[in-house]
Design a protein around this ligand. Structure first.
Ligand code: SAH
Length: 229
């Protein structure tokens, strides 16, 4: 069973969207478990304060290292991955999701305010990941995205294992256009080749569509793909 252990100041936000559909089934089939750790419980302050002002000045507050350190030390088992979600992290992608899906336990810290004290990141061997070049108000929404991407790669979570193999990013390209019934909708027809039953031709058409879309929308991916092929 894959375990995600979340460190958050808002434990009541979870499982939230991670309790529906595929995820509900993953829990029911004991493929995945979510453990929720309330960071505030590890404050030694009588008012359960968790944050303080940054040294050197500047706006906002930071989560204190003693609080987050104690939360980690009381829950993380040696050898487990610990991840801090932060816009300063390496950009999260499908490849990283796949790597993480083969771990037994992934610990995830959700930041709030301006983030966490740098010393915890260094002493607790924490890896930093960002879900994109924008700023969220907290790591919780990033965690939904992060966990969703990993869970659907766990064996048995998606009904059809093959469906992840054909998706965008799997071969370094974006996905080709897809069509379903009806064959004619608002006078627009499904591309003929898809009705041909000729699997080699369909495969070729899909690849060329994938290539054209990737070249047009994602020059960064296109360049990498070209180098590889
Ligand atoms: N001062 C920070 C931003 C803090 S945003 C900076 O400039 O880098 C508050 C919290 O939201 C962060 O600690 C982080 O946990 C989360 N967060 C915001 N944007 C994120 C993103 N793009 N990816 C992952 N986590 C993010």
């Amino acid at each position: 069973m894959f375990i995600t252990r979340l460190f958050t100041l808002y434990p009541e936000m979870f499982p939230g969207p991670l309790s529906e559909g595929l995820f509900a089934k993953a829990i029911e089939n004991k493929l995945w478990k979510l453990e929720n750790i309330d960071i505030r419980k590890y404050s030694s302050d009588k008012n359960l304060k968790v944050d303080d002002t940054p040294y050197g000045g500047g706006s906002g507050m930071l989560i204190k290292p003693d609080v987050i350190g104690s939360a980690l030390d009381n829950n993380v088992v040696k050898g487990e991955k610990v991840i801090f979600l932060t816009p300063r992290g390496k950009i999260f992608n499908q490849k990283i999701a796949k790597e993480l899906s083969s771990e037994k336990v992934v610990n995830i810290i959700c930041g709030r305010f301006e983030g966490i004290d740098q010393r915890v990141i260094e002493t607790r061997n924490i890896e930093e990941y960002s879900i994109g070049d924008f700023i969220l108000s907290g790591g919780e929404t990033a965690a939904f995205v992060f966990i969703d991407a990993i869970l659907r790669l766990l064996p048995g979570v998606l009904g059809n294992e093959n469906s992840t193999k054909e998706e965008s990013f799997e071969n370094g390209l974006l996905e080709y256009p897809q069509y379903t019934k009806p064959q004619i909708w608002e006078e627009k027809e499904v591309p003929n080749v898809l009705l041909s039953g000729d699997h080699a031709k369909i495969k070729h058409w899909r690849l060329s569509q994938s290539e054209a879309i990737t070249r047009d929308r994602r020059p960064d991916l296109w360049q990498k793909y070209n180098k590889k092929n």
